[in-house]
Design a protein around this ligand. Structure first.
Ligand code: PRP
Ligand code: ZN
Length: 301
């Protein structure tokens, strides 16, 4: 028999780090309000059967793959490393990637000491590379036909060269501050990372399925809204075609007459991509005026 507890969706989220705040914010934007458990490691959903487990980011893909959590939010770097590990172990049931999210951008790059020249992948030949991502690095070296020694670290990779334990590192870089603080520079990126949503390989039981569907739809909705803008402008009738073609990612815009003006119309459109200053400048050149760009609050197709 299923207890009530089993009907709750469990999401694994990074306990503290670059993804924590954005991950919780995404769930709140999906309508979740929660209270934090005494141990502060579980957030209990109050208005949705959804609980958030706050865990180490490295553990997230495993928790999802073993179906302890139904969903997880982790960086593509960690997801890819675990994916390679599971394949290596001969696992056939992996977690599934549902969508790539719009936060947590960073890069997995080779960081090289300032006094070491770097001239492309060939410079890696015969070196010792310290990393917490041994499988991604080995995979990269293999694909490029380069022999080098990968030294696996569990953290604090950036001190490996000064300790003499490696010649260079392969680590996450965001601002580049960590590399600079250790007299290294970013030489080559091998993976562009950001947060992604993964789900269990196991079929969602019927008592959870409906909320799961709703939650995934809301997440898609939030992502779409964030990059959508509502744009309003006046356009000369004669250049309407040119102007509507400039609106990024918009389907059928609404065209309305302007009182007392035969030469101009009002154009309203939802743009499913960000509207940049460059776009507005081009629109202006094409004759558009009175332009307004508004954020979209909610969207449901
Ligand atoms: C990464 C990486 C560096 C830092 C780089 O660690 O290991 O320490 O971020 O960022 P910067 O270029 O802005 O200085 P992260 O915070 O992801 O922690 P973790 O690897 O221990 O999870
Ligand atoms: Zn980590």
């Amino acid at each position: 028999m299923q207890t009530k507890q089993d009907a709750r969706i469990k999401i694994a989220v990074q306990k503290s780090g670059r993804l924590t705040e954005h991950s919780m914010e995404l769930l709140v934007r999906c309508g979740l309000s929660y209270s934090r458990g005494k141990d502060r490691l579980i957030c209990y959903g109050e208005n949705m059967p959804v609980d958030v487990l706050l865990v180490r980011d490295d553990d997230i893909p495993g928790l999802v793959q073993e179906n302890i959590c139904d969903l997880g939010i982790a960086g593509l770097n960690i997801i890819e490393e675990r994916r390679l590990e599971l394949i290596e172990r001969g696992e056939t049931k992996l977690f599934e990637q549902v969508s790539v999210l719009d936060f947590g951008q960073c890069r997995l790059s080779f960081g090289v000491p300032e006094d070491m020249p770097f001239d492309g992948p060939e410079s890696l030949r015969g070196t010792r590379i310290a990393t917490t991502y041994p499988r991604i690095v080995k995979d990269y070296l293999q694909r490029n036909g380069i022999e080098a020694k990968v030294v696996e670290f569990s953290g604090a990779v950036e001190i490996a060269p000064s300790l003499g334990k490696a010649d260079l590192v392969c680590d996450l870089v965001s601002s580049g501050e960590t590399l600079r603080a250790h007299q290294m520079y970013e030489a080559l990126t091998i993976l562009e990372s950001r947060a992604a949503l993964i789900r269990t390989p196991v079929e969602i039981p019927p008592e959870k399925a409906q909320w799961m569907k709703r939650l995934l739809m809301r997440i898609e909705g939030v992502l779409q809204v964030r990059e959508s803008k509502y744009i309003m402008l006046h356009a000369p009738r004669a250049r309407l075609k040119e102007i509507t073609a400039l609106l990024p990612g918009s389907e059928a815009p609404t065209i309305m007459p302007l009182e007392g003006r035969d030469d101009k119309v009002a154009v309203h459109a939802v743009c499913r991509e960000n509207v940049f200053w460059e776009t507005l400048e081009k629109l202006k050149e094409a004759g558009a005026s009175s332009m307004l760009v508004l954020p979209v609050e909610k969207m449901l197709a």
